[in-house]
Ligand binder design. Sequence first.
Ligand code: CP
Ligand code: NVA
Length: 303
Amino acid sequence: MKNLLKLQDMSTEEITAVLDLADQLKYERKHNIPHPHLAGKSVGLIFQKSSTRTRVSFETGVYQLGGQPLFLSSRDLQIGRGEPVQDTARVLSRYLNMIMIRTYEQKEVEDLAKYGSIPVINGLTDYCHPCQVLADLMTIREKYGVLDGLKMTYIGDGDNMANSLIVGGLRMGMKVAVATPEAYRPDPEILKWASQNKDFTFTNDPKEAAADADAVFTDTWVSMGMEEQKEKRVRDFAGYTVDDELMGLAKPGAMVLHCLPAYRGYEITEKVFEDHADEIFEEAENRLHAQKAVMVKLMRDNA
Ligand code: CP
Ligand code: NVA
């Protein structure tokens, strides 16, 4: 694995290797076993959008691995004033050992990897959120012991989370059901790819998607950068709230997962959120372990 730009670039074996390593790192942290796999290494963390989980889990994750995290806000970098990503990539490659970037366009992440010479990790773009979905798969596997054959359902906006969940779920042998309003479908190329798989279903009916699910996912209806569309989106997503009625259609004891931040009363009810808070915050914690595993694997694979 050279970079983590999107989950399509990872094989089933590579995802399994990351999840296994994440479990090991989680165990070692719990038992205070040091794991300084990034000793002497510097990791740049570029943010063009807000973040709580990604920023803090990467900063502390690099520190726990014995490395040096550098938080780089695009407000302060020359990239925010128009310095081309091609130049930023070549310069940062001479100082750092790895880069994580959160930005709008997927192309910017791909260009950073193309022009730089160090591993690049996608910390969210408008297109996908691979780090989150690795943590999500880890969280499901922790509860059920397997992923293969389980049914994952996503209800809401066909956004970065939907795109990455479809790819990650199908790669790991899960059944994936997605329900979005017609005007908010996931990425067309991903839908086309997924539709060739007999384990994938797409519908505009949340109830159909929720039936017999082992894990139900949702995400905000108003992603970063779309704030001015909020009123319209709230109208368009009526009927897509994950509530008790929908959860009644899922398997008894099904998980509910949310990448956070969550907007109660919109994509999820307060009750469903709080009933599943333990799972949702375990999922948030697993960002730390999964991303540490990604960084260690990238360091090893590129040594
Ligand atoms: N889930 C997630 O990526 O959260 P942040 O936006 O807080 O990083
Ligand atoms: N879809 C959301 C995810 C936030 C972690 C966004 O892009 O804002």
